[in-house]
Design a protein around this ligand. Structure first.
Ligand code: OOG
Ligand code: NI
Length: 461
């Protein structure tokens, strides 16, 4: 088979991400306004911070910045999740990580479909946070059965799409006309349907069980519920949102502002109230589900770094429970996170974060090669011969995700589920295990270390 006639997975993913963004701008105009704001602020940050500009260029992060975004969808059944996995695989997006949201009172569990290799991430890191409804968490057995019956009636994929995806897998790719057809059909899966598939009474009952249950069960497909561009200064965007008439969520989720950003900071604007029509009834109702979000990404953390992050976040939250506190959440966060070193060398030495390695300066590198010392990476870093380049965190944070879900559900919506993570059930429904994100970052760091070591050996003659 001549694979040169195939459009690359990276190219298909880029086109799909672009098509989704164009569709969502039509559907939710505020998302378009947010995109313009983020572009403006990113341009201004790059202009005023030449050091950041050149660091991003060196890390090959600059090219992807303008196309970078994530989306989120929610599906109702195992068959739907498997179909989604088949479609995303055509675009080089694979399930990474398991997120249990039931602990936060949301009856779903999730994974993130995303590219995994260095080149694919650099080209276009489009990711989709994908949640599966956990029907077993609906208490009322009748309602549970009714929801299952409604879901079993629908087919979320346009005819021919899954066949095309399966054929791509067998043949090894899609030709140009096939890729066009594929992107159009795949995008259509996630469009908004104003017409609910149920009557108002059914909608109300499902909504009362949990607003998310109604959102997942009552429509023809898993509409994209937000798209999230990446900003270089989330605090600036957060501050500017209300000035542009965009109703921002109160708090930025995740770690505090730092010189060396870690993981992921996120904020969103509140969901729109949209008119919907019910089956067999005149008149309209309303549904709120779709919103916009922004994110700022930092370095990926090791297991130890992540444990430290989780414990500091828990400390910040616990301190907030104490009546005597006069500090704002942001002040507490800043204060508690003083315990997390804000210095790349220290994060590397203490094994808290993942990095790639590069000679800092060609002349110094040449001197080092001439000196004939044996390879010793930690020493080369310490002496400033080798520079640390942070590996960007490509995933999500469950506590932040819960905060994003909650801000769009209203405070009254807090539910308590007696439930635990059900990773193996999720993987059974998905039809494969999810990849371990920490392993992916570790492998990226190791590849970089090996490449530099090889170069050192080759150039030392
Ligand atoms: C997904 C919420 C999680 C994020 O950025 O953490 C998420 C949803 O609302 O379906 O997208
Ligand atoms: Ni999101």
């Amino acid at each position: 088979m001549d694979t040169s006639v195939f459009v690359s997975k990276d190219e298909i993913r880029s086109r799909f991400s672009g098509a989704m963004s164009a569709m969502y701008q039509q559907e939710v105009p505020q998302y378009g306004a947010l995109l313009s704001l983020v572009h403006e602020i990113n341009a201004s940050v790059l202009k005023h911070d030449p050091a950041l500009h050149s660091a991003l260029r060196q890390q090959s992060e600059l090219t992807r910045l303008d196309v970078e975004r994530h989306g989120a969808i929610r599906v109702g059944t195992a068959a739907e999740l498997k179909g989604i996995a088949t479609i995303f695989a055509v675009m080089g997006m694979y399930p990474v990580g398991y997120y249990d949201l039931s602990v936060a009172g949301v009856p779903v569990h999730s994974t993130a479909f995303r590219p995994v290799d260095d080149h694919a991430l650099q080209t276009n890191p489009f990711r989709v946070f994908t949640s599966l409804l956990r029907l077993e968490l609906i208490e009322d057995a009748n309602l549970r059965a009714q929801a299952a019956a409604i879901l079993s009636q629908r087919s979320i994929f346009p005819s021919g799409l899954l066949e095309l995806a399966e054929q791509a897998q067998v043949a090894g790719g899609l030709t140009e006309p096939q890729a066009k057809e594929f992107v159009a059909a795949a995008t259509a899966v996630f469009r908004w349907h104003r017409q609910a598939t149920v009557d108002q009474d059914t909608y109300r009952k499902l909504h009362a069980a949990h607003r998310l249950v109604a959102d997942i069960v009552c429509f023809k497909g898993p509409h994209i519920n937000h798209l999230t561009p990446r900003t270089l200064d989330i605090d600036a965007v957060q501050e500017a949102m209300p000035q542009r008439g965009i109703p921002a969520k109160e708090l930025i989720e995740g770690p505090p502002r730092r010189r060396h950003p870690i993981l992921l900071r996120q904020t969103s604007f509140k969901a729109l109230e949209e008119e919907i029509e019910f089956v067999g009834q005149a008149g309209v109702g309303s549904h709120t589900a779709r919103f916009g979000e922004i994110e700022q990404r930092g370095v990926a953390l090791t297991q130890a770094g992540r444990a430290l992050y989780d414990s500091l976040l828990a400390q910040t939250r616990d301190a907030g429970q104490q009546a005597a506190t006069t500090q704002t959440y942001a002040e507490r966060l800043q204060h508690v996170f003083a315990q997390f070193p804000d210095d790349s060398d220290e994060m590397y030495e203490r094994g808290l974060a993942f990095f790639r390695f590069e000679p800092r300066d060609p002349a110094i590198w040449q001197q080092e090669l001439a000196a004939g010392r044996p390879w010793n990476l930690p020493d080369l870093i310490k002496r400033g011969v080798v520079a640390l380049r942070p590996i960007t965190y490509e995933d999500f944070l469950p506590v932040s995700a819960a905060g994003i879900f909650q801000s769009n559900l209203g405070d009254a919506e807090q539910k308590n589920y007696v439930s635990q993570a059900a990773r193996s059930e999720f993987e059974r429904d998905l039809g494969s295990p999810v990849l371990d994100e920490i392993e992916l970052y570790r492998a990226a760091q190791t590849r970089s270390e090996h490449a530099l070591h090889q170069r050192f050996l080759a150039e030392s003659g």
